[in-house]
Design a protein around this ligand. Sequence first.
Ligand code: SF4
Ligand code: SF4
Length: 480
Amino acid sequence: MRFSSYSILSEKKEGIPRTLLNGITGAVDLLGPQLEPVIENALETGDVPAALAHMSDEARQSLLNRGHLTEWSVDEERAIVNILADEAHKAMARRPSFMIVPNLDCNYRCTYCFERPMQNGLKSSNTAISHKKNNVVMQAEQVGQALDAIALLRAEQGLSEEGQIILYGGEPLDRRNQAVVRQIVSEGRARGTFFAAITNGHDLDAYLDLIGRGGIEQIQVSIDGPKRVHDKRRIYVGKESSFDAIVANVNRVLEHTDAEVQIRSHVDPQNIELFGELVDFFAGQGWLDHPQVVIYGNTVYERTGDGGVTSRIDVADIDATLSPIAQAARNIYTSAPEVHAERSILPALNAGEPMKLKGTYCSANTGNYIFAPDGSIYACWESVGKECSRIGTFGESGAELDAEATDRWFGRSIARLPTCQRCAFALVCGGGCAQYAEYESDTLYASYCDDFQRTFRSALTRTVERYLDHDCKQEEKVDA
Ligand code: SF4
Ligand code: SF4
């Protein structure tokens, strides 16, 4: 008998019981004070006999039943991980995701925008996507073509047209493109579709009547620091302050609609120390613990000269810096992985059920179809407009998918990532961002860890803290 190779122990934090998660069974168990050091030591040293000697038969049996202790060999566990990854991947592929890009241009010039090279070419006549070619803003006839293609792709999986479409850009909600945005939402709604939008938030006031249940139900905006800092990073093409416009619009959305507003704050070494000041500002707006608001930190990634990708600060260091500030409210998270971790762990804790595991990192590896004004269908958010994520085309004669490209993007899962198969976090992480893996390693079929292991262990601790604090749960623990 040995401890599972897929054991994940939460980070230590004073006053919070440590949690043992098994990355095969999905069992999430709070540990009692006597068992905590025993398990920590066993996982560090591999001294299983010593650990077993310190626990009762009941504790041993409980850990065995939950998969933390196992009779399987390392290879047998790995084979199971591959099977589970494959199954999870297939299940996700039966629920494809859809995005529509009304506009590939943007009314902001953010200093770190990863779409800038494509957008710089929009004024040229020599580029594949340009205003001169009239393929930057979606044309009226393309709306029905995209929605028909989405309906067919959903039908192939036995799904009705009801479901979510994410509006993405460029800037999807630029007020100059109201006609096409209104057409997308109105025709989509008639088919039972609801929407989310990833927007800079500058022109939300022009779309308030579309926002809320049954329309655009979720909005994601970015605020990168107090006004004096934000305005220098997220720059509006006109003269006005982007900060003032976004803040006013977030308040309008909260006052007049029931939409969820996700506020993302990109942090790097230049602004991370100002996150506390920003949170104080949010408190003044009444956004802390607001039931419609989610606030989280996010890394800024940059391309390197040799085609790779980097960030000036590690995700886990962001997590460590923001974590004390995030204590200010239940709706502040240190990173997007923490938001996702809580959304998968909390239901498991509340229901006393295993956490749902996954075989892939994001929908770009299971079935994500992004319909853009250039008539292309892309798989990945990061590389809309780029050949590397183009998986097909759509138009008058319907959608045509490139079999090789779709297989390359949608075939990536833990079952095809040997490095990840040996990682305890395999079915919790899913292999990391495929596009960044390709930038770094010239293939989608490489791992991209991005500090996931450290970030997830601390997210596990904070999720348990929230579960115990806010829901007044009785602590049911496994102990020695
Ligand atoms: S592959 Fe990476 S960049 Fe592309 S959608 Fe997935 S997580 Fe985002
Ligand atoms: S990407 Fe890294 S953290 Fe994620 S499963 Fe693979 S090896 Fe583990």
